[in-house]
Design a binder for this molecule. Structure first.
Ligand SMILES: [Zn+2]
Length: 187
């Protein structure tokens, strides 16, 4: 889980405040600053604030946490990780009925999620496989997994980049050549 950019810093002019324990971070003391919003995210917020006259400096829109190195940084990371994982679990994917998929029972949803994951990992293997026989087996598994899914996954192709789609098609063509070749030899 990516939290942000980790800096170590020393405040020279004014003391700071620790995000976790709320105690002072004294001047001259090494402490950590974790920048959580930067780059494009920061620019977007900066533009919004600038438009409403709230951007005081170029740094407006940056989001960061100043923390004591000892104890507080570790506590904060653990808490944040826990919070984000729980939030993800709590959401349990998209709200019911909001996606491209029809309403499903919890059990169907679970089964489907497993199939989707298994198919994704099989796809990755197919793309990398160099051995003919194993490639044939993998592509067969891929077909069978596809058949087990009552609803086709539309978004899953959309998330794959064009290079991988090309590689995948190449591999499937290769399997077709291999199996066609076998049939010709057999007859
Ligand atoms: Zn602290």
């Amino acid at each position: 889980m990516r939290i942000g950019i980790l800096d170590v810093n020393i405040k020279n002019k004014n003391p700071g405040q620790c995000w976790v324990c709320k105690q002072a971070i004294e001047t001259g003391k090494l402490h950590s600053v974790v920048v959580m919003r930067y780059g494009k995210g920061q620019q977007a917020v900066f533009k919004l604030r600038a438009a409403s006259g709230q951007a005081m400096t170029k740094k407006s829109g940056l989001k960061y946490r100043r923390l004591h190195l000892v104890d507080c940084l570790a506590k904060w990371l653990i808490a944040l990780h826990h919070y984000r994982t729980e939030a993800r679990r709590g959401r349990n994917g998209r709200p019911k009925g909001s996606g491209q998929l029809p309403q499903m029972s919890d059990e169907d949803r679970l089964v489907r999620r497993r199939l989707v994951r298994r198919r994704a990992s099989t796809l990755r293997l197919v793309i990398k496989e160099e051995d003919d026989q194993r490639l044939v087996t993998l592509v067969e598994r891929l077909k069978s997994l596809g058949e087990q899914m009552s609803v086709d996954v539309i978004e899953d192709m959309a998330h794959r980049d064009s290079k991988n789609i090309r590689l995948l098609n190449q591999q499937i063509r290769r399997v077709k050549e291999i199996t066609d070749g076998e049939q010709t030899t057999a007859s």
